[in-house]
Design a protein around this ligand. Structure first.
Ligand code: FAD
Length: 501
């Protein structure tokens, strides 16, 4: 081992970010002979929300050695095939952003171009009918994707809806069994060398000092190390994403659980509904310029489907990100690095991306600034791509029923998004990018779901005879419907596969 090798890691914070980081470091760096210490304070607690995920979490869980069935049973998890968006473009609208594509390209031309052409001739069904995860979700069906890529039943992916507190607890026991040491206590001083931008130690209320080579700031919105100690500023994105508060209220499960999360646009923001095995997570993400806390809580409590399980819990946030997420020997992961509202369930994913990047660029004690620069470059791109995708949901609305929606409809958007929207409007083309999360099917789901209609489609598609194309699309629609109906009910699948213990 090199003289310069990092020997000790100190993780500050034991929320989802802290325990995901600890579990990943313990599993993926197990040959490095590292000491890993995690400090958390029960008196401060965690954010405790964060229940819906995207499929990438399955890779993370597999890489750290979690058994899926055990993980789901221990976290009261259900399956997720996508997100239903209600009332976003117009009141009464509903579409699902699925974890899967619409149809398949024909003659190397994207399915949606053929669909646009046929639909203009009145010869195509709604685009949802060509997506297996959408049809299965609407029917409340679920099974795991088939491993045979030629099967229609392989054309989707899935994620989980789970109790974030139980996930952190599960990761804690997993990490401790692999040598991570947990220290309970509140940090009341951070010793940093401002010249070198290095954290030297943290001091607990008890007077105990904890030193380390690499510090990972998972202290939540506050950013105890990256923000308060190292003074790294924050880029505020409120001009594009006006919501800055949330109120959460879990309730009893009274209906069958759905294999999807729901996001319903309300008067001054939107409400989430996330069904778990033992309860349903609900909340309202809103703009405090447009509604009071009391009115927001009343609105969410008023539409609960079962008895509330707790009093409303209020959270405040500023959408945006740190100017730099890795500074000196300190890397911010989780809410300390920035925040994008949970509309597309991306926060836990961003934690995962940060962990993966950190492990790939794992530093030596000399802390080469090039590693930090590369980490920051990649994280900036990830944040910006997700931001643009979220802004699209607000901008692409026809709603004019409240001041909030009038503001969103009329607001300027980042140039990077304006260009993408323009390209799609003109020619039905989804701008491609190499790095970043959301791919073509996701953009299509939101563009079409929110009524953005391209002026034209790929003219090369006109070479294909209309009748043959119509027949193959109809055959696909029938096959999708049949495949979805062949799946078990979601609740049945959950109770057989991963019933909570
Ligand atoms: P926290 O949970 O705040 O943990 C911070 C930790 O730092 C705690 O352990 C605390 O004790 C410790 N700490 C802080 N200060 C000190 C100190 N001085 N001394 C010692 N310890 C200290 N994400 C999703 O992926 N899907 C979702 O559906 C989703 N929904 C969300 C809904 C809302 C309303 C909000 C606000 C967020 C949501 N998120 C969601 C984001 C998700 O909750 C977070 O990404 C995730 O919980 C990670 O939080 P964290 O660990 O960074 O911070």
């Amino acid at each position: 081992m090199s003289e310069q090798a990092v020997r000790s890691i100190v993780i500050v914070g034991g929320g989802t970010a802290g325990w995901m980081t600890a579990a990943a470091m313990a599993a993926m760096l197990k040959d490095q002979n590292l000491s890993i210490t995690l400090i958390e304070s029960e008196a401060i607690g965690t954010v405790g929300v964060g229940e819906a995920t995207i499929p990438h979490i399955r890779n993370f869980n597999a890489r750290i050695g979690l058994d899926e069935t055990e993980f789901m049973a221990r976290t009261q998890a259900t399956f997720k095939l996508g997100i239903e968006f209600r009332d976003w473009a117009r009141l009464g609208d509903s579409y699902i952003h699925p974890f899967g594509a619409y149809g398949r390209p024909v003659e190397r031309i994207g399915f949606h171009h053929h669909w646009l052409r046929l639909r203009r001739q009145g010869a195509a069904a709604d685009i949802d009918a060509y997506s297996l995860p959408v049809v299965a979700a609407r029917l409340g069906r679920f099974q795991k994707p088939d491993a045979d890529p030629s099967s229609l039943l392989s054309t989707f992916s899935y994620a989980f809806q789970f109790d974030a507190g139980l996930y952190a607890a599960f990761l804690r026991s997993h990490s401790e069994a692999r040598g991570v040491v947990r220290r309970e206590g509140k940090i009341n001083r951070v010793v940093a060398d401002q010249q070198t931008q290095r954290i030297e130690s943290v001091v607990l209320e008890s007077g105990e000092t904890v030193e380390g080579d690499l510090f990972i700031d998972c202290s939540g919105f506050r950013g105890l190390l990256i923000g308060e100690a190292l003074g790294t500023g924050y880029e505020d994105w409120r001009e594009w994403l006006p919501c800055n508060r949330a109120v959460a209220v879990p309730c009893d499960t009274v209906e069958k659980s759905t294999p999807y999360t729901r996001a319903t646009a309300l008067e001054s923001g939107w409400a989430w509904r996330i069904p778990l095995q033992h309860r349903v997570g609900n909340g309202y993400v809103y703009s405090s310029d447009h509604i009071t806390d009391e009115a927001a809580a009343e609105r969410v409590v008023g539409q609960l489907e079962g008895p509330a399980r707790a009093d409303p819990r209020f959270l405040r946030f500023t959408t945006g990100r740190r100017h730099r997420q890795w500074v000196g020997n300190c890397v911010a992961i989780g809410l300390s690095s920035g925040f994008l509202e949970p509309l597309e369930s991306t926060s836990i994913h961003l934690i995962q991306v940060a962990i993966t990047n950190l492990i790939e660029l794992f530093p030596e004690r000399s802390f080469d600034p090039a590693d930090a620069a590369e980490f920051n470059r990649v994280m900036d791109i990830e944040y910006e791509r997700i931001r643009d995708f979220l802004v699209l949901h607000y901008k692409a609305t026809e709603r004019d029923d409240t001041p909030f929606w009038n503001h969103c409809r009329a607001m300027a958007v980042p140039d990077s998004l304006a260009e993408k929207m323009e390209l799609f409007r003109e020619r039905g083309v989804v701008a491609k990018y190499r790095d970043g999360l959301f791919l073509e099917p996701s953009w299509l789901a939101v563009y079409f779901g929110q009524r953005i209609e391209p002026d034209t489609y790929d003219p090369l598609g006109d070479r294909l005879p209309t009748e043959a194309l119509g027949q193959s699309m109809e055959a696909l629609r029938v096959a999708v419907d049949r495949a979805a109906r062949s799946m078990p009910g979601h609740d049945d699948f959950v109770s057989r596969y991963c019933a909570a213990t």
